[in-house]
Write a protein that binds this ligand. Structure first.
Ligand code: SF4
Length: 482
């Protein structure tokens, strides 16, 4: 167990009034030691909780004066205070096995922890789920959860997870649904393994046995140059089109029988197959946006001013592994001081070379898939906006999403670009200020402006001579884990 540290105290909050400080370690609440941020929030929900804290070498007791249900006003340094539950699977498509050596240790962590599923939207296979976990989920109503299904054929699922428990662990999915927990599922589709007839069998199995799932995303596996699995390969164009056709066919069936679509195909399939994305309405509010379902349409809608579609950075692959705290946790956050707007034409601070942002030509850095989405949106802008697609040489393979852009590749793309222009970069490729390869924005050869990864923010950045508000960054999105 490692005691969480206070990382911020909100102004005028019960915590501030009680004298809590940044760096205090939280040991217990009313004599109970919370195992994670979920329990912490439940414990401090009571009226007037008593906190045991460690400040330096001193242990203190602090009583918060607050009503039941009132937010105490502190944010802590980690989501889990005990050990994260790692997965006991060895999936042949696992992207973590496809990372090059020498990246930050936390990126190699294979989590399969239902608490991270609830907090951050990470997918869990349930192979290590237990009766006690079920009891906790049902008692504390940890809903929604996100479950990797891959196949409803027990033998195929066990083979894909390389774990005999893969054959039986979907019984927990049934128990969660029976207990009224909202569950979103995903199928990572691997060509030659669980696509085509196998995918059809899975979709039929879902409708038969798990039709009370809220949504199911069909996402393609990511294949990097570092895969050691000879049978894992990207989809061909025809295979991508076949997945779309099958999913759309089952959407129609589900609409008729269940009154909702249930299954959705990832944006990557439409890009790969060269097909038009479905209409905004066909995404039913984008419940799996962070898993790459409808991102392009949501981005487009937000770019054209539909603020309700302005999804920002969402939790996803690698989202919590650096010990990110409550970033994805659905809880009121300690308010931050708003950044004062700069005057038109003012200089962008904190960059290697200051640029007159009100006058400079603009270029947008994005992954190769992002460029396909942005090109029609930016085509007729006046003055013209340039797109700089960043080829992913770091991972290679079929990796083309913006979230997996690395500093190395962005630096290469910028190397021959002129100075004195504004370069906009979506924050989805940064986690706690670092790219996946450990570089930071300051390491790039030209100054860039990091903006939230949604269409509305891009529109604001293009229109604002004062430049965008820099966002916090947490995550990337690739539907490959677990
Ligand atoms: S894909 Fe997920 S479940 Fe499979 S081995 Fe990797 S981390 Fe574990």
């Amino acid at each position: 167990m490692s005691a969480p540290r206070v990382v911020s105290v909100a102004d005028a909050s019960p915590a501030q009034r009680a004298g809590l400080r940044v760096n205090d370690e939280l040991l217990a609440v009313d004599g109970r030691v919370p195992r994670d941020v979920i329990e912490y929030r439940l414990f401090v929900d009571e009226a007037d909780p008593e906190l045991e804290i460690r400040r330096g070498h001193e242990e203190l007791t602090v009583q918060l004066r607050k009503a039941a249900g009132e937010v105490p006003g502190i944010e802590v340094s980690s989501a889990l205070f005990d050990r994260v539950r790692t997965c006991d699977n060895h999936c042949e498509f696992c992207f973590i096995y496809q990372l090059p050596k020498g990246m930050r240790r936390s990126l190699y962590l294979k989590d399969d922890d239902y608490r991270l599923s609830f907090l951050y939207g990470n997918f869990t296979t349930l192979t290590r789920f237990t009766e006690l976990d079920l009891e906790r989920v049902l008692t504390e109503r940890l809903s929604p959860l996100f479950v990797s299904i891959h196949s409803t054929d027990p033998e195929l699922r066990a083979r894909m997870l390389r774990n005999p428990r893969g054959a039986t662990s979907l019984r927990w999915l049934r128990a969660l649904l029976d207990g009224g927990i909202e569950v979103h599922g995903q199928v990572v589709v691997c060509p030659g393994t669980n696509d085509a007839d196998a995918l059809e069998t899975t979709l039929a199995g879902l409708v038969d046995e798990y039709s009370d799932l809220t949504t199911v995303a069909c996402v393609p596996l990511g294949v990097s140059d570092y895969t050691t699995e000879p049978s894992m390969r990207p989809h061909t164009v025809a295979e991508a089109a076949a997945v779309i056709d099958l999913v759309e066919q089952w959407q129609e069936l589900c609409l008729r029988s269940l009154g909702r679509r249930l299954v959705y195909a990832a944006d990557e399939y439409y890009l790969l197959a060269g097909r038009q994305f479905p209409a905004v309405a066909a995404y039913d509010g984008f419940p799996q946006h962070e898993n790459g379902i409808g991102m392009a349409r949501a981005f487009e809608a937000a770019f054209h001013g539909d603020v309700s579609a302005a999804h920002g950075v969402q939790p996803g692959f690698f989202s919590w592994v650096d010990g990110a705290p409550a970033a994805g946790y659905r809880a009121p956050r300690a308010p931050r001081a708003p950044r004062a707007p700069r005057a038109p034409g003012a200089l962008e601070p904190g960059t290697q070379e200051q640029v007159r942002v009100g006058q400079a030509p603009i270029a947008v850095l994005t992954g190769e898939y992002g460029a396909q989405v942005l090109e029609p949106l930016l085509r007729d802008q006046d003055p013209p906006i340039r797109l700089i697609p960043v080829r992913n040489g770091f991972f290679g393979g079929n990796i083309a999403v913006s979230g997996l852009m690395t500093g190395t590749d962005i630096a290469r793309a910028l190397r021959h670009e002129p100075a004195g222009q504004r370069y906009l970069l979506p924050d989805v490729c940064l986690s706690e200020g670092r790219f996946l390869d450990g570089m930071t924005v300051a390491d790039l050869p030209l100054p860039v402006e990091v903006i939230p990864s949604d269409g509305y923010s891009l529109r604001l950045a293009l229109e604002s001579p004062a430049g965008p508000i820099r966002s916090e960054s947490v995550a990337v999105v690739l539907g490959a884990s677990p």
